[in-house]
Design a protein around this ligand. Sequence first.
Ligand code: NAI
Length: 329
Amino acid sequence: MVSVAVLGAAGGIGQSLSLLLKLNQSISRLALYDIVAIPGVATDISHINTNSTVEYYIGQARLSAALQDVDIVLIPAGIPRKPGMTRDDLFNINASIIRELVEAVADNCPSALIAIISNPVNFTVPIAAEILKARGVYNPQHLFGVTTLDAVRAARFVRDIRPNMDTSVYIPVVGGHSGNTIVPLLSFAEPQLDLGQEEIEELVHRIQYGGDEVVKAKSGAGSATLSMAYAAARFVKSLIQSFETDLVIVEPALVDLAADPQGARQIKSLGADGLAFFAVPVVLGKMGVKRIELLRGEPSVLERKGIEIAAAALKISIDKGISYVAKTS
Ligand code: NAI
């Protein structure tokens, strides 16, 4: 049985995600932490008659207690986008929140698997890595930036233009988690997709900027919360399934390529050379990243170009994340 902590559990994502995690019968303890409103959320969820016990922790003084004996830490704490904002605009506030939370993870449950949802993921994951390194507890296999929503959107948006397509279609999405760093590899879809060039270009654009549809529709009330909660709950379910079975379970995630140097070689050869982090299809396991799932075949010209564009933008984000930690240490 698995102990899971959600940091930022009273937020838009946090509440829905905690609800979905309460439905996961493999979870034995759900530790819900926030700086506001968490007693009500946790008490409400705790009445659902599934296996896990729900505990709540409010305020920084209770953060250490929340993290005791935790196997998986999910971090959706931080501010979301408003219309007109890019994910990068969230940098300063969310970087300091991530710093505080990851330091506490390092001190209290250094072996836990950490899944970061807080944006900009392209920055927050390198920041988390630097903090864990500084504390001497970094294991690249244990750290994930949650990019599952990009794959969820890809599968759903394909269905919007191909009504007969099963929504479980597998589409690898690589790169990062922001605008043009999101690179859906439609030519690797399983089952194969039969799409014209114009359809491909429109679909790629919609997957890259799908989050903007939600920000606009919510007109100032935030960004994706419900679909994000679904995506993160799916990620956790996959992770736990990989602990419990010998099945090969793959989810996309932004990871440190040092987690699997052999698998990283292929990604680097596609135009991501010199990058420490990249979103890739990951085979999950008890140790976190078991390996990077290799792509079988060659990406199209458009996909290769997409990877190069993503790599250039990601490099800037990663460097900024690393220098943020150096400057604020
Ligand atoms: P929200 O504002 O509804 O919730 C954020 C929660 O974090 C609040 O309950 C707040 O009290 C809490 N919080 C703030 N500072 C904290 C701290 N120091 N310690 C613990 N909790 C703290 O925001 P929402 O919509 O839930 O989004 C959360 C984050 O997730 C945002 O950064 C957003 O951009 C990101 N996001 C990520 C996606 C992804 O695919 N990875 C998709 C959509 C959003």
